[in-house]
Design a protein around this ligand. Sequence first.
Ligand code: NAD
Length: 265
Amino acid sequence: MSNNPERPFSRHHALITGGGRGIGAAVAEALARQGANLSLLGRSADVLQSTAARLREKYGVQVATASADVASEEAVRRAIGTVRDVLGNPTILVNNAGIAISSPFLKADSAFWRKLLDVDLMGPVYCTQAVLPAMLEAKWGRIVNIGSTAGVSGFAYITTYCAAKHALHGLTRALAMEVVRQGITVNAVCPGYVDTEMTAGSVANIVKKTQLSREDAIANLVSHNPQGRLIQPEEVADAVVWLCGDGAGAVTGQCILVAGGELMP
Ligand code: NAD
């Protein structure tokens, strides 16, 4: 870490998947504010570039972008190679890119399962496999996976998403042990419903399928949270930044809920 207390991450290069919007963009901004150089990897080049331009301008950090579908191992390797050429090896990886699609279990066919697992589980696997060797060599690294309350408990009509997030939490814990003596920590931050486009999509879906009003659909979602509100992306980002710092060096293999007290495992 840097000696500059205001920019403690200034010697770091953080790679954030799905960093153009939502939770990923909030994580990118929180790390940039503390001086980290960034690589934003995702599907839409224009969204990534506009977030990158804003962060460069606001925080004076370097921000590389690369387009890739995280479900493609080949595309991930190519994209990470591109940003590595610009900023060197990532010292921090935030596996944030994800999709949430719902279906009654009996209607979810194998194509549905593969589509979601390829993004939400194999995406983090491919990204981690691409950056871990350099972290092992450097004997320092931080990997933070964006999990979910759906990785801790079960919810109806999202069996596939729940299975993927449970698997991501398992990956987090097992990999944390595999690298526990190599200066690398592996953790997950697990939000409840967050105020992002993903949740807006879930609300639209509820409205379509139940005839509830938008307000009632949101009320239904926030009723899961004892604080009675959606989580803000910045609250998730704060937990990620803390896990990336030296002060959290002894925290590994943890799945930290940011969910207003929704679950207390
Ligand atoms: P979002 O839909 O606003 O953003 C998701 C980001 O991931 C986007 O930038 C999107 O382009 C990117 N992405 C999606 N599929 C991709 C792919 N195949 N390849 C590359 N990039 C891809 O969603 P969000 O709410 O910011 O969600 C971010 C993460 O947080 C996800 O892993 C999600 O499962 C998790 N999460 C979200 C909530 C919530 O309520 N929004 C709750 C718990 C966990």
